[in-house]
Design a binder for this molecule. Structure first.
Ligand code: HSE
Length: 371
């Protein structure tokens, strides 16, 4: 039976990437879509395969939501907090697929990343689990990159530094970053076209504008362009940020680990647009060769790709600008660390909106529409 699928938050960044991927993969031919909005109901929805979906429905109308077999929401945690408990209380027994983090900690939810935990997902569906949540973006991107090592239970711990794109914070933040970049350029544009300009004069002007009241800081509250922000998400009171805490918790929930893989590090916002990067130091529980590790990593899934540890390929293929808009998960800078035999370094990049957010949800929806 063709399933009715309600989409909420489809206008946002993750939602629109999801819709685009679904159009590319002809997923809409397999479902009856219904588009909801928290603020624009009654208006036109998206155009899909030349059809305008008219009369968007009210995303707070429980009776309309109850008619859905599956709900896919990219609307954020506030919407989930408000609607999910009410719908479940009304005994709505449909599938809820969510991009927000709220439900990831629930015992009866499964965090979905099917190249890693397809078996657990299928088992959960068979067992009547109805709530499926996408993972934090750095978690899914690291698991896609090192899936082979996780699968073979070779990792004892990981220390990671992230380099997270503005898109992870939301659309308004991407816009603000670009405005900040524009302000920096505008203040020195004349100097830049002068061959004899003084670089110290330029850095002085740029530093001054960053500290000026007119610099766009409404969302980030501090400069990101020309700088970085070494804190992401809230303070959980232990010295870790919530983003850092998610690394170990969500990874081990996805892996259903008996022995917890320890993961910790510092999450940093940088000025890339939509690709997160991660610099990894890991300790393995066995002394195996680099060649062996390469084979394990690059045979794990079709998206992970090997970047040889040389200058040319690293700087041309292992960067946000090379990966953006693709499903590729390059892994490079792979080497045995000078710290010891069981220690390896690696660097990986992935599109935060694709494997980091929309793609696992799209694939989960497909799994459910095929049963
Ligand atoms: N929390 C992530 C970030 C978004 O701020 O980059 C993806 O889960």
């Amino acid at each position: 039976m063709i399933k009715s699928v309600g989409f909420i938050g489809w206008r946002g960044m993750v939602g629109s990437v999801l819709l685009n991927r679904m159009i590319e993969e002809n997923d809409f031919l397999k479902i009856t879509p219904h588009f909801f909005s928290t603020s624009q109901f009654g208006k036109d929805g998206p155009t899909i395969n030349n059809t305008v979906f008219k009369n968007v429905k009210d995303a707070y109308n429980l009776s309309l939501l109850e008619e859905m077999d599956i709900i896919v929401t990219c609307q954020g945690g506030f919407y989930t907090d408000t609607i999910y408990p009410k719908l479940r209380k009304k005994n709505w027994n449909g599938y809820w697929i969510d991009a927000a983090s709220t439900l990831r900690v629930k015992n009866d939810s499964v965090i979905v990343l099917d190249p890693i935990n397809l078996k657990a997902i299928k088992q959960a569906v068979d067992n009547g689990i109805k709530t499926f949540v996408g993972s934090n973006c750095t978690v899914s991107l690291m698991l896609m990159a090192l899936g082979g090592l996780f699968q073979q239970k070779l990792i004892e711990w990981i220390s990671v530094s992230t380099y997270q794109a503005a898109s992870g914070a939301g659309a308004n933040y991407v816009i603000e970053l670009l405005k900040q970049m524009g302000s920096l350029y505008n203040i020195v544009s004349e100097d830049l076209s002068n061959d004899f300009c003084s670089i110290l004069e330029i850095t002085k002007k740029v530093t001054k504008i960053i500290q000026d009241n007119s610099f766009p800081l409404k969302h980030f509250s501090v400069p990101l362009a020309g700088s970085l922000i070494p804190w992401i998400d809230s303070d959980i009171g232990t010295g870790q940020s919530r983003e850092e805490w998610k690394g170990q918790f969500e990874t081990n929930k996805i892996l259903d680990s008996k022995n917890i893989v320890k993961i910790d590090g510092i999450c940093v916002r940088i000025s890339s647009i939509r690709c997160h990067s991660q610099s990894i130091l890991m300790k393995l529980n066995k002394n195996i060769s680099l060649k062996n590790i390469e084979e394990i990593i690059f045979n794990h899934n079709q998206w992970v790709n090997f970047i040889p540890n040389n200058i040319e390929e690293t700087i041309s293929k292992l960067t946000p600008s090379a990966v953006t808009g693709t499903l590729n998960i390059p892994v490079g800078r792979l080497r045995k660390s000078s710290i010891g035999n069981k220690y390896f370094s690696a660097f990986t990049v992935g599109d935060q909106l694709l494997w980091g957010a929309a793609e696992p949800l799209r694939r989960m929806l497909n799994l459910l529409t095929n049963i």
